[in-house]
Design a protein around this ligand. Structure first.
Ligand code: IMP
Length: 217
């Protein structure tokens, strides 16, 4: 399909996410750009109280600064027995300087002797236009915090997130398996299903480009 005038910026520095989103939206009439296609822009402070706040903040900040519609996501792990922690602080749980493995170990320590292992991953995607409103998509994936780390794949909390229907941790799944059921996979598939409508919505929000006839000598 031919690409038309709409440019959408994928507002993330994570190249894995960029590739995933590009591959899902490759057949639509939109030019997808990522932050690397532009000069350095100031980082967004992710200090929202919800995933929604942070996703919207990243999408609208990028749209306003670059002047193009932008798509951003925010996600994390919500553990019932820990009152929702690590939640929006998932990436920095336990403080700076910890890597993914150390964060998983900290979580397992916090969960020692806790019977209620219920948890979910949540993902929110916001699509914003410059100076205007935004669309929000979200999905969750329910699971349990395991007693120990298992599996070698994935990233973040994958080794401690057990998904009962497949009897595997996220880190024991292939990327294809995980994308079918994960919070991010489900959100992106919903966006893919609705993308024609989303493009129409973006078109309606953008200022009308007036055409002038130039008279030359
Ligand atoms: P972000 O939305 O990419 O900034 O993700 C925030 C943090 O949530 C990540 O750094 C991970 O610690 C955690 N996280 C989000 N999605 C996943 C996932 O699919 N698996 C494991 N951890 C995740």
């Amino acid at each position: 399909m031919a690409k038309d005038g709409i440019t959408l910026v994928i507002a993330t520095g994570n190249q894995g996410k960029v590739l995933e989103i590009q591959s899902l939206l490759k057949n639509y009439p939109v030019t997808l750009k990522c932050l690397n296609d532009f000069g350095p822009i100031p980082p967004v402070i992710e200090d929202g109280e919800t995933f929604d706040d942070n996703a919207y903040k990243k999408a609208s900040f990028t749209a306003n600064i670059l002047g193009f519609p932008a798509l951003a996501d925010d996600s994390g792990l919500v553990v019932e027995a820990l009152s929702g922690a690590p939640g929006v602080h998932s990436a920095r749980y336990g403080g700076k300087g910890l890597n993914d493995e150390a964060r998983c170990r900290k979580l397992l320590k916090e969960m020692e002797n806790i019977e209620n292992r219920k948890a979910h991953f949540q993902c929110v995607v916001s699509i914003a236009v410059p100076g205007g409103p935004a669309l929000t998509y979200e999905a969750t994936c329910e699971g349990l915090i395991s007693m120990e780390m298992t599996g070698q794949n994935g990233f973040g909390y994958d080794p401690v997130f057990y998904y009962p229907p497949l009897k595997k941790s996220f880190a024991q799944m292939t990327l294809e398996e995980k994308n079918q059921i994960s919070h991010r996979g489900k959100t992106l598939h919903e966006i893919q299903d609705e993308f024609e409508k989303i493009l129409k919505w973006i078109q309606q929000q953008l200022p009308v480009q007036e055409k002038f006839d130039c008279i030359t000598d």
